[in-house]
Design a protein around this ligand. Structure first.
Ligand SMILES: Nc1ncnc2c1ncn2[C@@H]1O[C@H](COP(=O)(O)OP(=O)(O)OP(=O)(O)O)[C@@H](O)[C@H]1O
Length: 252
């Protein structure tokens, strides 16, 4: 279980995250939503280890994560993706996943890696199959359409065999069909016992997907509940979702 306790992150005078506490259990799919600048990405970066905390604690299965480097967190089963998909464009799709399987290898190792005979090839191919990328295995990552790049980033995160998966706007920039299929896969991962936490602006990627929704506004948790519950919250509607949202029908 992920336990975020009184998380605080300030950038100088900017209180990006200001005392946020929540939990994500194994098998749960939890969405973190809120307006631009609410602190969602900062929360993610604190959990994954890109930023040191100003205050508070982050525990994963009882272990304090805040003192561990990102690569060490990965070894404890914590993997993340980024808002703008981060893949190695100099490698093929298959090589990207093989590289991700060897967590901790720096980008400068790419040329050495290219000369390696792919020991991890079979496992990487299985992951490509699972994420719908098999047909693109030998394409250069550089040439991938955006939706496939997002899938590849997910495959790379899965390559580390995470137990906590952090997805920063997994559906951003995806067409409707691609978004629906990616979010279906994300929900399946939680169904298989992974703890999944994701940020999202697109409510179609939240409704029917997230078991629980956390609403972050100005660095604080403003509401928490099912999508239907937070959609009915007057404060959340006023500050983020807007009055036009009909929780039972079309989403914004
Ligand atoms: N590295 C940084 N240095 C200084 N300020 C930052 C930094 N990163 C984020 N901030 C500020 O912290 C606040 C929270 O930003 P954050 O990116 O976490 O919000 P967000 O909810 O992810 O927004 P979005 O939905 O637009 O991605 C904003 O005021 C932002 O300008």
């Amino acid at each position: 279980m992920l336990q975020v306790r009184q998380l605080v992150k300030h950038f100088g005078g900017i209180h990006a995250v200001d005392g946020v506490s929540f939990e994500v259990a194994a098998g749960e799919c939890v969405a973190l939503i809120g307006p631009n600048g609410a602190g969602k990405s900062t929360c993610f970066a604190c959990i994954a280890g890109q930023y040191p905390l100003t205050g508070g604690h982050i525990l994963w299965n009882g272990q304090a994560l805040e003192k561990l480097a990102p690569a060490e967190r990965l070894r404890h089963g914590v993997a993340r993706t980024f808002q703008v998909a981060q893949v190695f464009e100099a490698l093929t799709v298959l090589q990207n996943v093989q590289l991700a399987m060897q967590a901790g290898i720096a980008q400068k190792a790419i040329s050495a890696f290219k000369r390696l005979d792919g020991q991890s090839r079979e496992a990487a191919e299985a992951l490509l199959e699972e994420t719908g990328l098999r047909a693109l295995a030998h394409d250069d990552a550089l040439s991938l359409p955006y939706g496939a790049k997002k899938r590849l980033e997910l495959a790379m995160a899965l390559a580390a065999r995470p137990r906590l998966l952090l997805l920063d706007e997994p559906a951003a920039g995806l067409a409707e069909a691609e978004r629906a299929s990616l979010m279906k896969r994300v929900k399946q991962l939680a169904g298989q016992g992974m703890a999944v936490l994701y940020t999202e602006h697109n409510m179609d990627a939240v409704a029917g997907v997230a078991d629980r929704v956390l609403v972050l506004i100005e660095g604080r948790l403003a509401a928490e509940g099912s999508f239907e519950e937070i959609s009915r919250d007057a404060e959340v509607r006023r500050l983020y979702l807007g009055e036009s949202l009909d929780p039972g029908g079309e989403h914004a």
